[in-house]
Design a binder for this molecule. Sequence first.
Ligand SMILES: [Zn+2]
Length: 395
Amino acid sequence: MVIDKCDICGGKIEEVFALDFKSLFGLEDEYTQHIGMCPVCQSVFTMNPFDGEKLANRYKNFSKYEFDSDADFMDEDYDYKIRTARQKRFIERIIGLDNIESMLEVGAASGYNLSLYSDICNVYGIEPSQVNCKSAKKYYGVDMFCGMFDEYIKTNPQEKFDLIFLSHVLEHIANPCTFIRQCSEINSKYIFIEVPTLDYKFVDEPFAMMFEEHINMFTVENLEVLMRECGYKLIDVDMVMSIQQKISTGFPAISTAWVKCNKDEIKLHKPSFSSYELFSRYIEMSQKEMQRIQSIIDTIENDKKLAVWGTGHHASILMANTDLCDKNIVRIYDSDLKKQGELFAGVKIQPFTEDDIIEKNVDVILLATYSSQEALVRVTEKYASDVRIVTLYDL
Ligand SMILES: [Zn+2]
């Protein structure tokens, strides 16, 4: 799929950046992500996204997370509960719960979020996973349409919802304007949208925003342009910094509330920096950070037996944008059982084993991860007198 026309204005897209990846799990061995931009609408997005079927296959077969899906350092449920509580407070404060009699969540997952509103209003979810739909009913008494949003629209639903809830959904959608217009047909008043943002994206992990599963890169500016085109006015926006959590791919984010309005009555806010300026700055900072990482990789001598730990998004970027590939890589570690035996940069993936250190199979272990570095340091620090452990970040 190549998107060369703007979904908002139909105008021609200009390519503004391209980033190489190597060994993207379950997707491609070699991939160049082309970032395009509409100079009129300021929308920034991937021009050649992976199609939904390919991604669905990946979700099914490989862990979405950088690695260690079963590791105990990541309590996703806890983070999810904090997030949903925060979003509910935002909606209560900005829209008012009394103003909502019915609510629809697209991508309703376990149904937990909707259950927080079920004593206030009628709730309904759209969710592709059958397992989730069944458990939502069983554990939370929440009804869901089991399928994709497009399939729901095809059933020609007559019901209109006061609030449509979209949390970390819109960044995955190839035709966001078409999607919001479809939402509008089944919406009577408000839309809640939370998406990752470039407005306050400091560079922690370089190119983390260039996530292969995301298509759109939002700013308050370009989201407002999109929403106005679909007849929605911004009521309020919150910047979400996810305090005390690792700033992962999806954060910082913006929480936004929108109300239906006549398009001509909507006046756009003027940003201090345009979306293009924010994006360019982000790329510039990421490139600087990659140079710093390259200088660390330069300290690994070519004749040393190197183990690389990590096969996620970040490792794919390192393989394609530094000369890590030219090193003497003898091991690739990942504890994700689903990945074991697969190849990463031509080397078979295996779990870390102490034997490699005892038998002197490796001289250096490079921790090729941002989000899991801390956990891996804890695992590897006891071997620091026998092998050299290389970390890339000061955490
Ligand atoms: Zn446009």
